[in-house]
Design a protein around this ligand. Structure first.
Ligand SMILES: [Zn+2]
Ligand SMILES: [Zn+2]
Length: 171
């Protein structure tokens, strides 16, 4: 692991995310390692979802050598610190994201693309919703279906099959 002055600056900065992570590490008796901050720094530059594998590739692209288990462990710590959330969509690898405003995930079951949408109607419904003997902390809504790109492709394929059938009939 090389020492990177940028990471050292980041680790000692007054960034609220860094402060939150410092508090978490200190209160759990964990060391403030450069690796952990390099991983956090990378995660903060990602918009949306990522897998452990993608995260490791990005970190290596930054010139850091970190083992898969270090990446995995740091991600686990960040989840425990309530800074990251894991999603496991049907039939897909686990994906992670920073905890941001609530949003709905639209998952295409054909290509696996995940679209994030802010659904104010649903958020209002959930904010007003009370459950008996239960306090809501957060929620996730996964909507499975077909994205417009896949729907177009599917339509074209169906049309091609139909055209071929008609051609064969005419013969
Ligand atoms: Zn699709
Ligand atoms: Zn998301």
């Amino acid at each position: 692991m090389k020492t990177d002055p940028n990471i050292e600056d980041f680790a000692s900065s007054n960034n609220p995310v860094v402060r939150k992570f410092n508090e978490y590490l200190d209160s759990h008796g964990l060391r403030r390692t450069t690796e952990r901050y390099a991983i956090l720094n990378r995660i903060m530059g990602i918009n949306g979802h990522f897998t452990i594998e993608e995260l490791q590739q990005l970190i290596e692209g930054d010139g850091f050598r970190v083992s898969r288990s270090t990446v995995y462990n740091t991600v686990e710590l960040l989840m425990d610190a309530r800074m990251l959330r894991r999603h496991v969509f049907e039939g897909m690898q686990a994906q992670y994201e920073r905890i941001t405003l609530p949003h709905t995930h639209l998952i295409c079951t054909t290509c696996g693309k995940v679209k994030e949408v802010r659904d104010t109607n649903f958020a209002a419904f959930m904010n007003a919703r009370r459950f008996n003997a239960f306090n809501t902390d957060h929620y996730s809504l996964y909507v499975y279906g077909t994205c417009s790109t896949c729907a177009r492709k599917l339509k074209r394929t169906r049309q091609a099959v139909k055209d071929k059938d008609e051609k064969n009939k005419k013969r």
